[in-house]
Design a protein around this ligand. Structure first.
Ligand code: NAD
Ligand code: FES
Length: 280
């Protein structure tokens, strides 16, 4: 059991949950994730750890209401309620070293899992260029937290209601075209965004990492639910990832697999089928 000790509505249908999970918090490293089961009838969902507090034994998850389990976490659970189980930390931590200049790209709620990785890059002396984007101003999350650990930050919105109008890939392309040397790009967000970030950085030969939030069941490499094609090989996001070389990921195959169980979701996706999360 893991108790919810704080719940904040950070944007429409997006909640920040601070959860008592000392065993996870003590072992957690940036880039890792947990698998959450709300009750004995629930599916298991992977959620990237957005922050962790080793001293107090807390982890922070950012959850968007898109299906049954996320709906349960966001709309039914409240402060003081117990989540049945949280398994983790799972997956390989992000590689931490002094790369030089690192551009971190967070799309939508992808900003939250970018945060602890960007903070760690910053703490070990990398120059951190953050590019965070959302559909509109009200959907931008953790702007202040990101600004605090960034040397330079760009904000984009699809509708131009805050920052520059456009996608996160626009400032990234401009920076690279201007000749700034970037030693690593990390992208977390919708699959189409990560695919397009990889397409922008490939001609410049900039190493690019994508953190893949695939469908998962067991999180131990046994079920195959999280299978992704990387460099022509089958990989399991739960044990081989979640981070992969974005230039080698077969994003088309990933989109197809992400859509496999959509019709089985009891609730409508918050995007109403009109967002860009499954566009080619
Ligand atoms: P969204 O659809 O609102 O998009 C967020 C931003 O991504 C946009 O504002 C834009 O800047 C960029 N983007 C979207 N389409 C693009 C395109 N075609 N080209 C370039 N950039 C594009 O995002 P959302 O609704 O907040 O969804 C977030 C997604 O992030 C979900 O699909 C979720 O699964 C994923 N996610 C992944 C992780 C992870 O650990 N990998 C964690 C959290 C969320
Ligand atoms: Fe089952 Fe990865 S979640 S193999």
């Amino acid at each position: 059991m893991a108790k919810i000790i704080k719940k904040l509505n950070v944007a429409p249908a997006i909640y920040e949950l601070i959860i008592e999970a000392p065993l996870v918090a003590h072992k957690c490293q940036p880039g890792q994730f947990v698998i959450v089961r709300t009750d004995e009838h629930s599916e298991r969902i992977p959620l990237t750890i957005a922050d962790f507090d080793i001293d107090n034994g807390h982890i922070t998850l950012i959850v968007q209401t898109v299906g049954n389990t996320t709906g349960h976490l966001c709309e039914i659970f409240d402060v003081g309620d117990d989540i049945l189980d949280i398994v983790g930390p799972l997956g390989h931590p992000s590689v931490m070293k002094k790369f030089g200049t690192v551009a971190v790209i967070g799309g939508g709620i992808g900003v939250a899992p970018v945060f602890p990785i960007a903070r760690a890059y910053h703490e070990i002396g990398n120059k951190v260029i953050s590019i965070i984007g959302a559909r509109s101003k009200d959907l931008i999350i953790w702007q202040k937290k990101m600004a605090a650990i960034s040397d330079v930050m760009f904000i984009t919105t699809d509708d131009g209601s805050a920052g520059r109008k456009g996608f996160v890939t626009d400032p990234l392309r401009k920076i690279l075209e201007a000749g700034e040397k970037i030693d690593l790009v990390l992208a977390i967000g919708p699959v189409i965004m990560m695919k397009n970030v990889a397409a922008v950085t490939a001609p410049f030969n900039v190493p690019t990492t994508a953190s893949l939030n695939t469908i998962m069941v067991d999180g131990t490499g046994m079920c195959g639910g999280c299978r992704v094609m990387v460099g022509g090989e089958n990989k399991f996001a739960c044990v081989d990832g979640p981070e992969f070389d974005a230039h080698k990921v077969d994003f088309q195959n990933l989109v197809m697999r992400q859509q496999m169980y959509r019709h089985q979701e009891a609730m409508e996706y918050s995007c109403g089928g009109n967002c860009k999360c499954v566009e080619e």
